[in-house]
Write a protein that binds this ligand. Structure first.
Ligand code: ADP
Ligand code: MG
Length: 353
């Protein structure tokens, strides 16, 4: 069952009303926090299994948002057979909250590696593997007419960091069902990852997620956010003008195929953007084995070439400090935009002004 704006209102999961704390111990510190949710690690008393409990407030800005949470649960249920979407274990309800007990993704957000320095950052081979998994999850959602609408590094988690594990897509708080009959026109999403059609208040469609995947691939490969400006207005202007820097400076050491992949997604007209299925067939993601070997050889060579002479060491230090400076200011702006998500109508007004 689906209401007018694409939210699903029927779920199968039994909502438990016995106290959550009878069955789980909260373990360690908070895993994350959004505007209306806190996520904590917990341990199921009977099994000793670790989980992530997402505590969602039902009242938001004085409004009852229970149906939004039911929609989030319904989409998690629908995607339960897909390995790249986080699994839902149980649901609890109290007078003020709904608690989603989720599979615990121990590696945390891919955000950390996106903005990390060389040693910690993803290699292109890592990105190929992870983007493929993201696409397999997203293609599954899209086949079921579900659009995520908030694909960004904070909502893409890893099962482990060392060794680098697999992707788990989380946060279906903005997800909607779209189909041919109904048009969903809503202002949703996160600055920087939001597609031009959302800014223009055009119908939301499956292709809206594909834009965000283009932005994601760019960030994962370069550590830079393609549309991030000094102000929100600038960011939105960059998006609507598709103002992207594909220069060698940004994409140093990244293959042409990767750039071609991103170009197939950062296209203003949503109808011309590659679909998830198209992307999975792109040569960057299903490369010939020799391309993969060549990539790992280059990566191996890069990691072997430790600075030996003082000259090259100095060059590397300079390069590293340059990277740190640019990415740290980006990182701060990045975090700010994500944490203080503001509603797009305000942003549109700002754009008009
Ligand atoms: P919000 O809607 O508030 O953004 P999310 O579902 O994105 O809520 O969760 C907030 C943060 O909590 C995530 O960005 C992530 O860092 C952490 N988190 C969420 N789910 C899990 C999980 N299953 N395992 C580990 N960490 C999680
Ligand atoms: Mg989130």
């Amino acid at each position: 069952m689906m209401n007018r704006n694409g939210m699903v209102s029927k779920i199968q999961t039994r909502i438990r009303t016995d106290p959550f704390k009878n069955n789980y111990d909260i373990a360690g510190k908070e895993l994350g926090r959004g505007k209306f949710a806190v996520v904590r690690k917990c341990v199921e008393k009977t099994t000793g299994n670790e989980h992530a409990a997402k505590f969602l407030r039902k009242q938001r800005k004085g409004e009852d948002c229970r149906m939004d949470i039911i929609n989030e649960i319904a989409i998690l249920e629908m995607a339960k057979s897909n390995p790249y979407v986080v699994a839902l274990h149980e649901v609890y309800e109290t007078t003020s909250e709904i608690i989603l007990v989720l599979e615990y993704a121990a590696g945390g957000e891919i955000f950390n590696q996106c903005v990390a320095d060389n040693d910690e950052a993803f290699t292109e081979n890592d990105v190929i593997r992870l983007v493929r998994q993201i696409l397999l999850g997203v293609a599954f959602l899209h086949r079921s007419n579900v659009v995520h609408l908030d694909l960004k590094p904070q909502n893409l988690l890893l099962t482990s960091v060392r060794p680098l594990g697999d992707i788990r897509i989380v946060d279906f708080g903005l997800s909607r069902r779209v189909d041919n009959v109904r048009e969903v026109r809503e202002i949703l999403g996160t600055p920087e990852y939001v597609a031009p059609e959302i800014l223009n208040y055009e119908p939301i469609r499956i292709a809206t997620d594909m834009w965000s995947i283009g932005v994601l691939a760019y960030v994962m490969l370069t550590g830079e956010s393609p549309f991030l400006g000094d102000s929100k207005q600038e960011t939105f202007l960059n998006i609507s003008q598709v103002n992207v820097d594909y220069s060698q400076d940004v994409f140093e050491g990244v293959s042409d195929l990767a750039v071609d992949f991103i170009k197939s997604l950062l296209i203003k007209n949503p109808r011309k953007r590659a679909t998830a299925e198209d992307c999975l067939k792109h040569p960057w993601l299903c490369p010939h084995p020799t391309i993969l070997e060549a990539l790992s050889e280059t990566e191996a060579r890069q990691s072997q070439s430790e600075p030996e002479s003082p000259d090259s060491a100095e060059e590397l230090v300079l390069q590293a400090s340059y990277t740190i400076c640019t990415s740290q200011s980006d990182l701060q702006a990045f975090r700010k935009t994500f944490i203080f998500e503001e509603s797009l109508p305000e942003i549109q007004q700002e754009l008009v002004c």
